[in-house]
Ligand binder design. Structure first.
Ligand SMILES: Nc1ncnc2c1ncn2[C@@H]1O[C@H](COP(=O)(O)OP(=O)(O)O)[C@@H](O)[C@H]1O
Ligand SMILES: [Mg+2]
Length: 153
């Protein structure tokens, strides 16, 4: 309820292939200012990693993005005037808030030039920053995804 009242904007998209989701990721990336925390929600296979691979393709063209499921957090140095680093975390295998806190993700929250992407952000519970971007992925059909981007302030 609290989140609703602080919602600044919401945009809804439909993609019909993984390439379209990647393209949406590229477009999203082009708007980043640095300092954002992007929380990604949705089931396995909903398209979170695909979207982030589009983001990385914008910053580091040709670089393959691996799902960080086993490594949990990956860091990428990037080179644009505003964004210098991407942190990509996947909390799928994390079980409790303590374990998640030990990752030190919050250290990156207010770092200028760093953008943090968190897959399975629902596992992060209370440790999410108030001002953040949420992206919710829903499987509508085999190749169709509904992607809702919401900004909280
Ligand atoms: N419109 C679409 N957008 C994104 N992925 C899609 C789409 N249609 C089919 N897919 C497939 O769904 C899967 C998405 O996987 P992934 O991005 O790893 O999901 P997540 O990270 O949410 O678990 C991929 O196999 C991809 O090819
Ligand atoms: Mg994933």
């Amino acid at each position: 309820v609290g989140d609703e009242s602080m919602k600044k904007m919401e945009k809804k998209y439909h993609t019909y292939s993984s390439d379209e989701t990647k393209e949406l990721g590229r477009i999203f990336a082009a708007h980043l200012q640095g300092g954002e925390v992007v929380c990604m929600y949705g089931d396995l296979g909903a398209g979170k990693t695909t979207f982030i691979s589009g983001v990385m393709d914008y910053f580091l063209p040709g670089r393959r993005v691996l799902s960080p499921t086993f490594i949990i957090v990956r860091h990428y140095k990037v080179h644009t005037p505003q964004v210098k680093e991407i942190v990509h975390a996947d909390l799928y295998r994390m079980n409790d808030v303590k374990e998640i806190s030990s990752l030190g993700l919050t250290d990156f929250y207010s770092t200028r030039g760093t953008v943090v992407f968190i897959e399975w952000a629902e596992r992060f519970g209370s440790v999410l920053p108030k001002s953040r971007t949420g992206i919710t992925f829903t499987v509508s059909d085999k190749d169709e995804r509904e992607i809702v981007i919401h900004v909280y302030e």
